[in-house]
Design a binder for this molecule. Sequence first.
Ligand code: MTE
Length: 317
Amino acid sequence: MLIRQPAAIAPSEITPERVWRRRRDLVQAAAAAGVLGSAGPAFAQKPAAQRLPGKPSPLSTMEKATAYKLVTEYCNFYEFGTEKEDPPQYAPKFLKPRPWSVMVEGEVNKPRRFDIEDLLKLAPVEERVYRLRCVEAWSAVVPWVGYPLAALIKAVEPTGNAKFVEFTTLADPKQMPGLRSSVLKWPYTEGLRMDEALHPLTLLTFGLYGEVLPHQNGAPLRIVVPWKYGFKSAKSLVRVRFVEKQPVNSWQESAPHEYGFYSNVNPTVDHPRWSQATERRLGEDGLFSKRRPTLVFNGYGEQVAQLYAGMDLRKNY
Ligand code: MTE
């Protein structure tokens, strides 16, 4: 996500054409090297996606959703490579989202391993159209499908010692070629304070655009926290642990001077290497299209600002 200098994140990089061209080049290179076998690239054989419709939620933004193609072809999922086009190319080929289970443990009265099918039945899924703001200063509007993480939290009955929730995602070298790189310490971990995790906007997410999550977007389940930078939204979850002490997340561990624990979207706190005041919406990358001003808490301040009352958000970034 962030090893490149800001100058390297050229607006042209997010044009669909560039995505398409680069992918074509990668495929040609891979075909020339004989790594694809006779059947061709994984995305050429994409099976019909399984439908996962959700009841429309009043918590959705009315903003126009970003094109499905952009959301599913311009991804950050470092376990499959650091380029945006790597996850759509490699995740469908290697990641196996079934069978899948998630261990929910730590400071809870009812620790339990949930099969993905049991998790899907725990609460009715809703369609939540949320803004997603990446720390790299691009954004998207995505119709996610899921239910509040609070439903899972209540099912395991946290004890009074549960102050934070730690999320751990899959780290299987057989399924994730990007683990060969030491860009991050694997597994990818993230964390939330208990009140953030219980907030009704925090979504345990199983799908997007009425379909089960594509592999590259974090199949079979991920977290989505819309008022925080996108890296808090951990993909392909395997463990949820309730803890007393504030956990250290992967980005904070790799670059503590650049990433904090809270990571609330804040246009007034620049990343040390670039401004966070504005953003480019995926799909709005024409030569003359303007950058959008970034909104504090990504526009969700009315719902979440009270969680941080009295905190200095310049220090707690
Ligand atoms: N989760 C895992 N396991 N690995 C990652 O590299 N990248 C994060 C987040 N979740 C990441 C992850 C970042 S930086 C962003 S911006 C979002 O996923 C992107 O989600 P999307 O590709 O579905 O848009």
